[in-house]
Write a protein that binds this ligand. Structure first.
Ligand SMILES: NC(=O)c1ccc[n+]([C@@H]2O[C@H](COP(=O)([O-])OP(=O)(O)OC[C@H]3O[C@@H](n4cnc5c(N)ncnc54)[C@H](OP(=O)(O)O)[C@@H]3O)[C@@H](O)[C@H]2O)c1
Length: 299
């Protein structure tokens, strides 16, 4: 292994609250990048020297070496930046699927998302910009808000708002200039999700993929009756498992994402690299709010 991030799901797995839990004792971490050092005599698709990421969750990536089956790995181009490869398999794939699999958006259409500064949110901003979709990005207020707004705009965000601004009547003015979103991506739950729902176009879709506020999603009855809003969920691990046999879709997605990385259109999220030995400091830092920085363990 060369590098592996600490994602919220990894923390939930350690806490024992995630949807999949390994048998103990286990190694933490579900995502990362490595080099193939040796292959068994029956391995056909990989060679020593190949750069690889993990095809599925649950391997345990916070380690220096692993022996795994050929099917557990996906080859990626060796020339993409290491931090992009280390963070490619979960968040950009989640963003990619949510932008392609729920609503058919055309260039000029808009979408709205909360926790827009999350790893997934940053990938959504960049992929949407590459596809010509306009993004309305909601973040929590903070003392250095303008700094964060500038950072997200530099990634391609069209509009960056705080949760409070989302509730103001002035939102109507925004929708005189751009179409109402047909897609909402919910990483938070609670009030934040309900407010996004209110701005969706009729028959639009809200996809919930995270529950950072640990609050349920409340759907106004009027959204269902008068606007026929669709409320869906997405889990990339489920998608990968459903597509494990037929690799065509998976390979297309990884290829598309790697092309965007090579073209300079998809950067890794803001990261802080820490040597694996400093895992305690990295784990603590990964659970701090308002950091907007992903902790990456480097081996
Ligand atoms: N369903 C899937 O397939 C899938 C795939 C990938 C990720 N996820 C989930 O998506 C979420 C984000 O993952 P990530 O790797 O992108 O995370 P990340 O980079 O660590 O970002 C966490 C985000 O959550 C926000 N946040 C934290 N606590 C919050 C709260 N109480 N209320 C509102 N926002 C809060 C943070 O905002 P601040 O800066 O304001 O703290 C930040 O934007 C996690 O729940 C993760 O498990 C799901």
């Amino acid at each position: 292994m060369l590098a592996a991030p600490i994602n919220p799901a990894d923390i939930n797995m350690v806490q024992g609250t995630y949807a999949i839990l390994p048998d103990l004792p286990a190694v933490g971490g579900n995502e990362g990048v490595g080099d193939v050092l040796e292959v068994g005599s029956n391995v056909a698709s990989l060679r020593p020297g190949d750069r690889v990421i993990l095809a599925d969750a649950g391997l345990g990536t916070w380690r220096t070496e692993a022996v795994v089956s050929e099917e557990a790995l996906l080859r990626v181009p060796a020339d993409i930046p290491l931090l992009c490869a280390a963070t490619l398999g979960v968040n950009p794939c989640t963003a990619y699927r949510m932008l392609h699999d729920f609503e058919v958006l055309e260039p000029g259409d808009s979408l709205i998302q909360n926790a827009a500064n999350s790893g997934v949110g940053q990938a959504v901003i960049q992929l949407a910009a590459a596809l010509g979709f306009q993004t309305i990005n909601v973040v929590r207020d903070r003392p250095n808000l303008q700094e964060l707004v500038n950072r997200l705009k530099a990634l391609g965000a069209d509009h960056v708002l705080t949760e409070e601004m989302l509730r103001k009547p002035e939102m109507k003015d925004l929708f005189k200039r751009i179409p109402r979103p047909r897609l909402a991506l919910n990483c938070v739950g609670g009030k934040s999700a309900t407010e996004m729902l209110r701005h969706l176009q009729s028959a639009g879709t809200m996809v919930t993929y995270g529950g950072m506020a640990k609050q349920p999603v409340t759907v106004p009855v009027s959204s269902l009756i008068f606007k026929d809003i669709k409320v869906r969920g997405f889990w990339v691990t489920q998608w990968k498992r459903a597509n494990a046999q037929n690799k065509e879709e998976m390979n297309k997605m990884i290829l598309d994402l790697c092309r965007l990385i090579s073209a300079g259109k998809l950067a890794a999220p803001a990261c802080l690299e820490r040597p694996l030995e400093d895992y305690k400091v990295a784990l603590e830092a990964s659970m701090k709010p308002y950091s907007s920085t992903k902790q990456i363990l480097t081996m």
